[in-house]
Design a protein around this ligand. Structure first.
Ligand code: PEP
Ligand code: MN
Length: 360
């Protein structure tokens, strides 16, 4: 992994004039469905055709993939459309079959990345391969686990490596199916700037109307590519129906995305600036999320105070918070004046929320 420069060559060798695109259905369902979508994606910006053959489902009893027969369908895709193929592998048997059927790109799913045993088994089965192998982030927000999986593959002499950022699961109800936690992807990029990183907006969003925004965000953060689930009849897909888009919609998305180009010093400067601004946007979003959550807790305090008939303003408690925050701010390089202003305004908003609850 230290010599990560060598890892990038597979993407450089492709000499693309746009980000790498992996598209196709969440699951291979029937031969007709697989070929129908593939033909619609032929001669577009799509580089790799994805289809899940073995599906890791959260609950038993849902569709668990068509199995090895789907590999024959992917072979037909390659013969008929010239698209390269991609699928998820989750154990040694999957790897052996995928290699036998000459799948071009294999990825390790988010539920597999969490298990060092499984990753090691896959690494051993793939030893020395020149296929492209991409590692999805683990379902839990753990950078070390993600890097650890990459190290196991690197040690097994797999040269054409990359990662897929597909978000992190959360118990909280949010607009996303999996929280992007962009900072983790940024940390990965900073540590391994030469490892290609692909964004999977489909599994982050969980719903098709968010795919464009998540994709744009990823491109603003200099991701190298996108993996977007695409289906000819998304609403009737056998898995992940809500998040798949039609081939027509996919092409529209590509048309509207702003892609940063690399080139002369001037473009390099704008790229660097754009990436830093995108990081600021991510952080600002986190600040707002945190403030929103803080106000919800303040409202709960309001409910308690109402029950006990206690005054909203408790000046002792407030002075205590201020003193502590000034010290903590100092440790983070924030001036006393700024921290005071910030917390005064947070306090005012907090009181407004509590009063709203008490007067309701
Ligand atoms: C998939 O790509 O269809 C999939 C199951 O993804 P993940 O491992 O990210 O959940
Ligand atoms: Mn899926």
């Amino acid at each position: 992994m230290e010599n990560s420069k060598a890892l990038r060559t597979w993407l450089d060798d492709m000499k693309l004039d746009h980000p790498l695109v992996i598209a196709g259905p969440c699951s291979a369902e029937t031969e007709t469905q697989v070929l129908d979508i593939a033909h619609q994606l032929k001669n577009t910006d799509v580089n790799y055709y994805r289809a899940g053959i073995w599906k890791p489902r959260t609950r038993p009893g849902s569709f668990e993939g068509v199995g090895a027969i789907g590999l024959k369908w992917l072979q037909r895709v390659k013969e008929e459309t010239g698209l390269k193929t991609a699928t998820e592998v989750a154990n040694r048997a999957h790897v052996e079959l995928a290699l036998e059927y000459d799948v071009d790109l294999l990825w390790i799913g988010a539920r597999s990345t969490v298990s060092p045993f499984i990753v090691q088994e896959i690494a051993d089965a793939l030893k020395g391969t020149d296929k492209i192998v991409l590692v999805k982030n683990p379902v839990n927000p753990d950078l070390a686990l993600w890097i650890g999986a990459m190290e196991r593959l690197h040690t097994a002499d797999i040269k054409n490596l990359g990662v897929i950022h597909r978000g992190f699961s959360t118990y909280k109800k949010t607009k996303y199916r999996n929280l992007p936690e962009w900072q983790i992807a940024i940390d990965f990029q900073t540590k391994f700037p030469d490892v290609p990183i692909i964004n999977d907006p489909s599994h982050i969003a969980g719903r098709r109307d968010l795919i464009f925004d998540v994709s744009q965000n990823a491109l603003d953060l200099n991701f190298d590519g996108l993996m977007i689930e695409t289906h000819c009849d998304p609403d009737n897909a056998w898995s992940d129906a809500a998040q798949q888009v039609t081939p027509d919609r996919l092409l529209e998305i590509f048309k509207d995305l702003r892609v940063r180009k690399t080139g002369d010093n001037e473009t390099e400067f704008h790229n660097a600036l754009g990436q830093l601004r995108a990081q600021i946007d991510v952080l600002d979003g986190t600040v707002l999320d945190t403030l929103g959550e803080r106000m919800k807790v303040a409202e709960e305090i309001g409910i308690l105070k109402k029950e006990k008939n206690v005054a909203v303003l408790q000046s002792n408690r407030w002075n205590e918070i201020l003193g502590k925050m000034i010290l903590e701010g100092e440790q983070r390089g924030l001036s006393e004046e700024f921290v005071l202003k910030l917390f005064k305004s947070i306090h005012t908003e907090s009181i407004r929320h509590q009063e709203q609850v008490i007067n309701s």
